[in-house]
Design a protein around this ligand. Sequence first.
Ligand code: MSP
Length: 484
Amino acid sequence: MGTNSEKKFYITTPIYYVNDRPHVGHAYATIVADSLARYARMLKKEVVFLAGTDENSQKTVDAALKNKEEIRAYTDRLAGIWKSAWEALGITNTDFIRTTEERHVHTVKEIWRRILEKGDIYKGSYKGLYCAGCEAFVKETDLVNGLCPEHKTKPKYIEEANYFFKLSKYQKDLLRFYELNPDFVVPAGRFNEVKKFVSEGLEDISVSREKKEWGIPVPDDPNHVVYVWFDALINYISAVGIEGWKKHPADIHVVGKDITRFHAVIWPAMLFSAGLPLPKQVIANGFFTVDGVKISKSLGNAIDPLEFDAKYGSDALRYFLLREIPFGEDGDFSLQKFNERYNADLANGLGNLVARTFTLAEKFGSSWKENKIDEEVQAKIDFLKGRIIKAVEQFKFHDALILIWELVAFGNNYLQEKKPWAPNAPDASHIVFSTVVLLDNIAILILPFLPLASQKITESIVWDDTGTLRTKKPGILFPRKDAV
Ligand code: MSP
């Protein structure tokens, strides 16, 4: 992304269903998108960062009924919960879209018309299975022992009049596009699955539901509502407007692995049909389990990211999620692992380096006129910096953090070895100065991932107009926590 010379950078998260509150799995994709948005801002890009809620689903109606609330009031309340959760976690989205908003309804109708005019929507009837959990029309062959493998529920057999979208028509265009854009889907393994799926042949898909009271009415046919996925994908255009999308489509859609096909097959085909440009990249995250078990409402194991924020701070949550699993792979969230990593890497690692360095800096008067640091420290920074940037550009966030923490460990060892606190230690002041500059570099490198810690460190180090470096001691960054 850094090599792309364009000024604007447009990134999106999935829009989340409002049938429930956010859990740690949802926070993950949002934190990934936020880290990339912050990184793009560091590259001086003009960032449009879109998050939002997917509200026209049957799940919304069911959840409202269960809560004995009027549907719209329920939807407003839940959208508020999602929006404020991202605010609490310090997510820097520049827009928040709700699919019940007029700007979205209007755009969906316009795109529908365009696709209809192109001759790619026709009326037919659907006889088959529908999984309400996935909000998807499914085939027998998708099931395991007759159940949806994702939701472990039996899909409903439905027979209804539907509008169909000519997805099959776009097989060749899609395959050609994939060939021309070898990084369209990341990780590569997911892209191979997509290519295989498309090359095996595509069937037309249903894009409406009959006689549903909730959803966006099909233009000129109020007996139908637009199929929720067909509606939801368009949110990425609604936020910037059709003209805005034409000028600059999304650079990156961050999605979960379960919804890659919607974004890498159906969405591009819809855009081909509507005569609109395609997004540049779809990056798919893996799934978090909790203590080895799939996160599910019925099991009640959905970890609330806000509880972690309250106990450990949002930086710690971000660090754990990004550091724990390589992007694209699955991983496990456990309180014990979280606590261990927090104490080892944040409290004893970075937190300790910060506390020691600034305490020592005070001892040496908190002010330096020097501008050259110890060659050994400079060499270490130079060696790792390029590799860290490369890792971020390739979405290898866990590698980037491992490399940054090599610098942290180096700093702690460096102080331990040189012992600038010992009486008559040679070059003691220069050593402390070098460690302060090392921390200044670390603060910049962690900015996309641990923005609060980064800011605290940066605010403690000031280079004034005369080229003098001054320090002031920050508070404790990461207080140690008892084992759990
Ligand atoms: N509404 C659709 C997305 C429409 S985008 C045009 C949807 N919503 S969702 O709320 O069910 O899921 C949103 C995202 O959360 C998906 O990308 C999904 O992969 C992700 N996750 C849900 N559970 C997760 C984990 N346990 N771990 C990681 N990501 C998870 O799908």
